[in-house]
Design a protein. Structure first.
Length: 161
């Protein structure tokens, strides 16, 4: 359990400091100047290289704006394939991290994994492959589970929105 907690914390820190991935779902990200790294409109970094200062600059820009792109949606976006794979298996670290990000209590994580596994096709087959769409599909499925509604916070009620 301690390893899972450490993995979850590491994953969250990785996603919040990896500005290239966070900027991908930022409303203002536009891939400025035709470059391969997304930038904020009106924000012209002097370098397109990835490094400490560049990451800090992107992370600071991300954190200083208020958009619907939060840690939860970023995690769904960046880890979509791994979440799908863990859901198909019914277990895995990305599924556990998702339950933690949603605020699921420890005793409800087994039910959370089971419900997602049973609804794999509704979540992942023939759908938009992005975090925001996955978030909407998760809400539909989890709203049908009153036990999970009592034990897992919705993203709008969590600290990540």
């Amino acid at each position: 359990m301690k390893k899972l907690g450490l993995f979850s914390m590491f994953a969250i820190l990785t996603f919040t400091t990896g500005s290239e991935y966070l900027m991908a779902c930022h409303e203002e990200a536009s891939g400025g100047d035709g470059g391969m790294w997304p930038t904020l409109r009106g924000h012209n970094p002097t370098s397109r290289q990835s490094g400490f200062l560049t990451s800090f600059e992107g992370t600071a820009a991300f954190l200083s704006t208020s958009t619907k792109c939060d840690a939860y949606t970023s995690f769904l976006e960046f880890s979509y394939e791994q979440i799908a794979e863990n859901t198909a298996q019914g277990h895995g670290p990305y599924l556990d991290a998702l339950a933690s990000l949603r605020g699921c209590s420890i005793d409800s994580k087994l039910l959370f994994r089971q419900v997602l596994h049973e609804n794999f096709s509704e979540l992942f087959e023939n759908h938009e492959l992005n975090g925001e769409a996955l978030s909407r599909r998760l809400e539909i499925i989890l709203n049908r589970e009153p036990v999970l509604l009592d034990k897992c916070l919705l993203p709008a009620q969590s600290a990540y929105s």
